[in-house]
Ligand binder design. Sequence first.
Ligand code: SIN
Length: 286
Amino acid sequence: MTTAQLTIEPASEHVGAFVSGIDLARSAEPGGLGDETVAAIRAAWAKYGVLFFRDQNISPEQHIAFAEHFAAIDINKFFASVDGYPGIAQVLKEPDQEHNIGGGWHTDHTYDPIPARGSILLARETPATGGDTHFLSVGAAYDALPDDLKKTVENLEAHHSSAHVFGAQSKHAEDIGDRFGNSEAVGGATHPVVIQHPETGRKLLYVNAAFVTGIVGWSTEESDELLTRLYQHIVEGGFDYRYQWEVGSIAMWDNCSTWHSAYNDYPGQRRLMHRITIEGVALSAA
Ligand code: SIN
Protein backbone atom coordinates (compact mmCIF):
# COMPACT_ATOMS: atom_id res chain seq x y z
CA MET A 1 0.00 0.00 0.00
CA THR A 2 1.27 3.48 -0.73
CA THR A 3 0.59 6.57 1.36
CA ALA A 4 -0.91 8.17 -1.77
CA GLN A 5 -4.18 6.34 -0.94
CA LEU A 6 -4.31 7.63 2.65
CA THR A 7 -6.55 10.59 3.41
CA ILE A 8 -6.33 12.32 6.80
CA GLU A 9 -8.92 14.97 7.62
CA PRO A 10 -9.18 16.85 10.94
CA ALA A 11 -12.31 16.03 12.94
CA SER A 12 -12.38 19.27 14.94
CA GLU A 13 -10.27 22.30 15.71
CA HIS A 14 -8.22 20.74 18.51
CA VAL A 15 -8.43 16.97 18.46
CA GLY A 16 -9.01 14.00 16.18
CA ALA A 17 -8.70 13.14 12.51
CA PHE A 18 -10.50 10.75 10.18
CA VAL A 19 -8.26 8.37 8.29
CA SER A 20 -9.57 6.75 5.11
CA GLY A 21 -8.14 4.95 2.10
CA ILE A 22 -6.66 2.16 4.17
CA ASP A 23 -7.60 -1.45 4.89
CA LEU A 24 -6.19 -2.36 8.30
CA ALA A 25 -6.73 -6.07 7.57
CA ARG A 26 -3.49 -5.82 5.57
CA SER A 27 -1.64 -5.34 8.87
CA ALA A 28 -1.40 -9.14 9.24
CA GLU A 29 -0.06 -9.74 5.71
CA PRO A 30 3.67 -10.23 5.15
CA GLY A 31 5.28 -6.77 5.29
CA GLY A 32 2.24 -5.39 7.13
CA LEU A 33 1.04 -1.93 6.12
CA GLY A 34 4.51 -0.88 4.97
CA ASP A 35 6.94 1.52 6.61
CA GLU A 36 5.77 4.62 4.76
CA THR A 37 2.13 4.11 5.70
CA VAL A 38 2.98 3.31 9.32
CA ALA A 39 5.12 6.45 9.53
CA ALA A 40 2.25 8.56 8.12
CA ILE A 41 -0.19 7.10 10.67
CA ARG A 42 2.28 7.59 13.52
CA ALA A 43 2.83 11.25 12.58
CA ALA A 44 -0.93 11.92 12.28
CA TRP A 45 -1.56 10.17 15.62
CA ALA A 46 0.97 12.45 17.34
CA LYS A 47 -0.41 15.53 15.59
CA TYR A 48 -4.16 14.97 16.06
CA GLY A 49 -4.22 12.94 19.30
CA VAL A 50 -6.81 10.46 18.09
CA LEU A 51 -7.35 8.83 14.71
CA PHE A 52 -10.72 7.46 13.59
CA PHE A 53 -11.07 4.65 11.03
CA ARG A 54 -14.41 3.38 9.67
CA ASP A 55 -15.45 -0.02 8.25
CA GLN A 56 -12.54 -2.01 9.65
CA ASN A 57 -14.17 -5.34 10.46
CA ILE A 58 -10.81 -6.89 11.22
CA SER A 59 -10.07 -10.14 13.04
CA PRO A 60 -8.39 -10.18 16.46
CA GLU A 61 -5.15 -11.27 14.73
CA GLN A 62 -5.34 -8.27 12.38
CA HIS A 63 -6.13 -5.96 15.30
CA ILE A 64 -3.04 -7.26 17.14
CA ALA A 65 -0.85 -6.97 14.02
CA PHE A 66 -2.01 -3.37 13.48
CA ALA A 67 -1.18 -2.45 17.10
CA GLU A 68 2.25 -4.10 16.90
CA HIS A 69 3.23 -1.78 14.05
CA PHE A 70 3.53 0.90 16.76
CA ALA A 71 4.68 -0.81 19.99
CA ALA A 72 4.37 -4.01 21.99
CA ILE A 73 1.05 -4.70 23.69
CA ASP A 74 0.64 -3.43 27.26
CA ILE A 75 -1.78 -5.93 28.79
CA ASN A 76 -4.43 -4.32 30.98
CA LYS A 77 -4.16 -5.76 34.48
CA PHE A 78 -7.80 -5.36 35.42
CA PHE A 79 -10.16 -5.89 32.46
CA ALA A 80 -11.35 -9.29 31.28
CA SER A 81 -9.67 -10.26 28.02
CA VAL A 82 -11.25 -11.61 24.85
CA ASP A 83 -11.26 -15.43 24.93
CA GLY A 84 -8.00 -16.74 23.48
CA TYR A 85 -6.48 -13.24 23.16
CA PRO A 86 -4.88 -12.06 26.42
CA GLY A 87 -3.65 -8.87 24.68
CA ILE A 88 -7.18 -7.72 23.80
CA ALA A 89 -9.23 -6.26 26.66
CA GLN A 90 -12.97 -6.57 26.51
CA VAL A 91 -14.88 -3.34 27.14
CA LEU A 92 -18.38 -4.65 27.58
CA LYS A 93 -21.67 -3.36 28.94
CA GLU A 94 -24.52 -5.86 29.04
CA PRO A 95 -28.16 -4.72 28.79
CA ASP A 96 -28.78 -5.40 32.48
CA GLN A 97 -25.70 -3.55 33.70
CA GLU A 98 -25.98 -0.05 35.02
CA HIS A 99 -22.37 1.12 34.98
CA ASN A 100 -19.96 1.22 32.07
CA ILE A 101 -16.21 0.89 31.75
CA GLY A 102 -14.45 4.14 30.88
CA GLY A 103 -17.25 6.53 31.87
CA GLY A 104 -15.78 9.76 33.21
CA TRP A 105 -12.82 11.63 31.76
CA HIS A 106 -9.51 9.81 32.06
CA THR A 107 -6.31 8.71 30.41
CA ASP A 108 -5.55 4.98 30.42
CA HIS A 109 -2.97 3.43 32.76
CA THR A 110 -1.54 6.67 34.19
CA TYR A 111 -1.10 4.79 37.50
CA ASP A 112 1.77 2.84 35.90
CA PRO A 113 5.38 4.10 36.19
CA ILE A 114 5.57 3.95 32.38
CA PRO A 115 1.99 4.56 31.24
CA ALA A 116 0.64 3.08 28.02
CA ARG A 117 1.42 5.05 24.87
CA GLY A 118 -2.04 4.64 23.41
CA SER A 119 -5.07 2.47 22.85
CA ILE A 120 -6.76 1.08 19.76
CA LEU A 121 -10.46 0.53 20.40
CA LEU A 122 -12.55 -1.42 17.89
CA ALA A 123 -16.37 -1.47 17.98
CA ARG A 124 -17.78 -5.01 17.77
CA GLU A 125 -21.39 -4.36 18.90
CA THR A 126 -22.92 -0.92 19.24
CA PRO A 127 -26.22 0.20 20.76
CA ALA A 128 -28.88 1.53 18.37
CA THR A 129 -28.35 4.96 19.89
CA GLY A 130 -25.81 6.39 22.31
CA GLY A 131 -22.51 4.99 23.53
CA ASP A 132 -20.35 7.69 21.91
CA THR A 133 -16.85 8.40 23.20
CA HIS A 134 -15.71 11.92 23.94
CA PHE A 135 -12.06 12.91 23.41
CA LEU A 136 -10.17 16.08 24.24
CA SER A 137 -6.71 17.52 23.77
CA VAL A 138 -4.65 18.22 26.88
CA GLY A 139 -2.08 19.95 24.64
CA ALA A 140 -4.64 22.55 23.56
CA ALA A 141 -5.72 22.80 27.21
CA TYR A 142 -2.15 23.52 28.29
CA ASP A 143 -1.67 26.15 25.55
CA ALA A 144 -4.82 27.97 26.69
CA LEU A 145 -3.94 28.04 30.41
CA PRO A 146 -3.72 31.52 31.87
CA ASP A 147 -0.10 32.53 32.54
CA ASP A 148 -0.50 32.35 36.33
CA LEU A 149 -1.63 28.74 36.10
CA LYS A 150 1.19 27.88 33.68
CA LYS A 151 3.61 29.23 36.26
CA THR A 152 1.89 27.36 39.12
CA VAL A 153 1.99 23.95 37.41
CA GLU A 154 5.60 24.25 36.25
CA ASN A 155 7.77 21.63 38.02
CA LEU A 156 4.86 20.11 39.97
CA GLU A 157 4.33 16.37 40.19
CA ALA A 158 1.12 14.44 40.82
CA HIS A 159 0.54 11.05 42.32
CA HIS A 160 -1.59 8.62 40.26
CA SER A 161 -3.14 5.43 41.65
CA SER A 162 -5.35 2.55 40.54
CA ALA A 163 -6.27 1.45 44.08
CA HIS A 164 -9.38 3.62 44.47
CA VAL A 165 -10.64 2.49 41.04
CA PHE A 166 -9.71 -1.19 40.76
CA GLY A 167 -8.90 -2.13 44.39
CA ALA A 168 -11.05 -4.57 46.31
CA GLN A 169 -12.59 -1.77 48.40
CA SER A 170 -13.17 0.61 45.48
CA LYS A 171 -16.51 2.03 44.43
CA HIS A 172 -16.03 0.42 41.01
CA ALA A 173 -15.54 -3.03 42.51
CA GLU A 174 -18.84 -2.57 44.31
CA ASP A 175 -20.67 -1.18 41.27
CA ILE A 176 -19.21 -3.21 38.44
CA GLY A 177 -18.50 -6.41 40.33
CA ASP A 178 -16.94 -9.27 38.44
CA ARG A 179 -16.06 -7.36 35.29
CA PHE A 180 -12.91 -6.27 37.09
CA GLY A 181 -10.56 -8.76 38.65
CA ASN A 182 -6.99 -8.84 39.89
CA SER A 183 -7.54 -6.18 42.54
CA GLU A 184 -4.22 -7.14 44.18
CA ALA A 185 -2.38 -5.73 41.12
CA VAL A 186 -3.22 -2.13 42.05
CA GLY A 187 -0.38 0.37 42.33
CA GLY A 188 0.64 3.93 41.73
CA ALA A 189 3.21 6.26 40.22
CA THR A 190 4.29 9.88 40.28
CA HIS A 191 4.43 11.92 37.06
CA PRO A 192 5.11 15.56 36.17
CA VAL A 193 1.95 17.67 35.90
CA VAL A 194 3.26 19.04 32.59
CA ILE A 195 4.96 16.51 30.34
CA GLN A 196 6.55 16.74 26.92
CA HIS A 197 5.01 14.73 24.14
CA PRO A 198 7.54 11.95 23.43
CA GLU A 199 7.48 12.63 19.67
CA THR A 200 6.45 16.24 19.10
CA GLY A 201 7.80 17.81 22.31
CA ARG A 202 4.47 19.64 22.78
CA LYS A 203 3.65 20.57 26.40
CA LEU A 204 0.73 18.54 27.79
CA LEU A 205 -1.24 18.70 31.03
CA TYR A 206 -0.81 15.23 32.46
CA VAL A 207 -3.35 14.95 35.26
CA ASN A 208 -6.77 13.30 35.16
CA ALA A 209 -9.62 13.09 37.64
CA ALA A 210 -9.94 9.30 37.49
CA PHE A 211 -6.45 8.36 38.67
CA VAL A 212 -4.75 11.39 40.22
CA THR A 213 -4.89 11.35 44.00
CA GLY A 214 -3.01 14.58 44.68
CA ILE A 215 -0.17 16.99 43.97
CA VAL A 216 3.06 15.77 45.55
CA GLY A 217 3.99 17.79 48.67
CA TRP A 218 0.73 19.78 48.77
CA SER A 219 -2.03 19.50 51.36
CA THR A 220 -5.23 17.75 50.26
CA GLU A 221 -7.06 21.07 50.33
CA GLU A 222 -4.51 22.93 48.17
CA SER A 223 -4.21 20.01 45.83
CA ASP A 224 -7.97 19.61 45.38
CA GLU A 225 -8.34 23.31 44.71
CA LEU A 226 -5.68 23.34 41.98
CA LEU A 227 -6.85 20.09 40.38
CA THR A 228 -10.47 21.25 40.33
CA ARG A 229 -9.40 24.46 38.59
CA LEU A 230 -7.33 22.52 36.05
CA TYR A 231 -10.06 19.95 35.34
CA GLN A 232 -12.64 22.66 34.84
CA HIS A 233 -10.35 24.44 32.39
CA ILE A 234 -9.62 21.21 30.50
CA VAL A 235 -13.25 20.12 30.23
CA GLU A 236 -14.87 23.46 29.55
CA GLY A 237 -12.38 24.91 27.09
CA GLY A 238 -13.85 23.45 23.89
CA PHE A 239 -10.85 21.21 23.20
CA ASP A 240 -13.07 18.19 22.56
CA TYR A 241 -14.63 16.00 19.88
CA ARG A 242 -17.40 13.43 20.37
CA TYR A 243 -17.13 10.29 18.23
CA GLN A 244 -20.13 8.22 17.17
CA TRP A 245 -19.40 4.54 16.71
CA GLU A 246 -20.54 2.04 14.10
CA VAL A 247 -19.60 -1.65 14.08
CA GLY A 248 -16.08 -1.78 12.59
CA SER A 249 -15.14 1.75 13.71
CA ILE A 250 -11.76 2.22 15.36
CA ALA A 251 -10.41 5.01 17.53
CA MET A 252 -6.65 5.02 18.08
CA TRP A 253 -5.79 7.53 20.77
CA ASP A 254 -2.59 9.00 22.07
CA ASN A 255 -2.49 8.46 25.79
CA CYS A 256 -0.08 11.33 26.45
CA SER A 257 -2.03 14.04 24.71
CA THR A 258 -5.71 13.18 25.20
CA TRP A 259 -8.41 12.38 27.69
CA HIS A 260 -11.45 10.29 26.82
CA SER A 261 -14.79 9.42 28.37
CA ALA A 262 -17.38 6.84 27.27
CA TYR A 263 -21.05 7.92 27.40
CA ASN A 264 -23.36 5.69 29.39
CA ASP A 265 -26.65 6.67 27.74
CA TYR A 266 -27.95 3.38 26.30
CA PRO A 267 -29.77 1.54 29.12
CA GLY A 268 -30.98 -1.94 28.20
CA GLN A 269 -28.65 -2.24 25.21
CA ARG A 270 -25.37 -4.10 24.69
CA ARG A 271 -22.10 -2.45 23.72
CA LEU A 272 -18.96 -4.50 23.08
CA MET A 273 -15.58 -3.04 22.20
CA HIS A 274 -12.16 -4.68 21.88
CA ARG A 275 -9.27 -2.62 23.20
CA ILE A 276 -5.56 -3.08 22.64
CA THR A 277 -3.31 -0.83 24.67
CA ILE A 278 0.29 -0.38 23.61
CA GLU A 279 3.43 0.21 25.64
CA GLY A 280 4.74 3.69 26.31
CA VAL A 281 8.11 5.25 27.03
CA ALA A 282 9.34 6.98 30.19
CA LEU A 283 7.69 10.41 30.51
CA SER A 284 9.72 13.61 30.71
CA ALA A 285 8.80 16.85 32.39
CA ALA A 286 8.32 19.77 30.00
C1 SIN B 1 -11.98 3.16 27.61
O1 SIN B 1 -11.99 4.02 28.47
O2 SIN B 1 -10.96 2.62 27.26
C2 SIN B 1 -13.28 2.76 26.95
C3 SIN B 1 -13.79 3.81 26.07
C4 SIN B 1 -15.06 3.42 25.39
O3 SIN B 1 -15.58 2.32 25.64
O4 SIN B 1 -15.57 4.18 24.58
